[in-house]
Write a protein that binds this ligand. Sequence first.
Ligand SMILES: *Cc1c(COP(=O)(O)O)cnc(C)c1O
Length: 432
Amino acid sequence: MANRQNSENEFQRAQQVIPGGVNSPARAFGGVGGTPVFIDRGEKQYLFDIDGNRYLDYVGSWGPHILGHNHPAIVGALEAALPSGTSFGAPTVRESELAELIVDAVPSIEKVRMVNSGTEATMSAIRLARGYTGRDGVVKFAGCYHGHVDSLLVQAGSGALTLGTPSSPGIPEGCTRDTHVLEYNDVESLIQLFSEAGEKIACVILEPVVGNMGVVAPTTEFLKALRPLCTQHGAVLIFDEVMTGFRVAFGGAQERFGITPDLTTLGKIVGGGLPVGAYGGKTEIMNSVSPVGPVYQAGTLSGNPLAMASGVATLRTLKESNPYPQLEEKTTKLVSGLDEIATSLGIPHSVAQVGSMFTFFFNPEPVTSFAVSAKNDTEKFSKYFHGMLDRGVYLPCSQFEANFVGAEHTDEDLEQTLKAAREVLQEISTSP
Ligand SMILES: *Cc1c(COP(=O)(O)O)cnc(C)c1O
């Protein structure tokens, strides 16, 4: 087993001054046990920890690094921007450049506003949908994560039509009173909800491919039902493409599936590793945002020049290199390899893949909703995770996350990953 003593020590130190030693709970290894690995640096497909261990990275900072770490185009853009200053609180040309790249790439976006995180993007999109429609109701789906927005941190109630309850202390009942929670891919419930409460619903928000309960693909029937139902009832359809944007296709899931939402939220890849979020859509709706319209939304550091430089370099590189066909091919190779190994060892499992997002589920059922994902064998996953980590493969530290293949992953990397997985899954299949 690799020596990670420095990480152990630093984790002790961090816990003295940072809650749980981390600035986002997903990093804390809570789902798998053990000590988080402290990273020294990233290079292409690799992470290096502070003990000098090297890992093949399938997390990519939870999505942004589709081009790998330390990409020369992004580093170059940042180096070029830095001497001019870090923030002005006044318009800069790069904001329009990034906005134009986004409008050009994402089919439904005519105008876009920059913010600083995915959470800020979804929070603002919900407010805009409510302000634009003059309605309060929000529909979300269990297992979809939209950042830590008060009105969206809800648990499903009992029946399909029950309203959600807060899933965290500190969120008043009032914040979630108007949030309906349905099962993903459940068209019947959506139709029923609209027929009973359609005139009160401001918006439907979803991950068009879910990454946050492990990868779950939408059924064709579900995707096809959303657009006409929202149109018919005057509700705003919001695609939360913070993860899928520039990931499952350059134009996101809406390009891949040919469905046009009213609003789209972006994050992760759009900033190329710097803190950027964005929300955009039809001009008519976006013109409700301040200062053109009455819906207030602002940000001291929004459109930050360094963040914009990183985003512009990332999107330009993706547009020019079009890595998507190869990414998908590599991911398919990896996922079918994992599937074969697990099948040959008799390990109950299923796999899910859309583009370069994938999850290996310790669950014999195909995962189509949160109700199914809740049955994943998390104990087996913990063993798998630690076994892979010890063999130099860095996976998301939870069964309920998406894994990402990036442009820098080579065929050799995939083979090395499969070799490690074979050893670890072999151990799991023979342990009691
Ligand atoms: C990561 C994510 C968010 C939240 O973005 P942050 O930048 O972490 O605030 C929102 N929605 C989806 C689909 C995400 O994957």
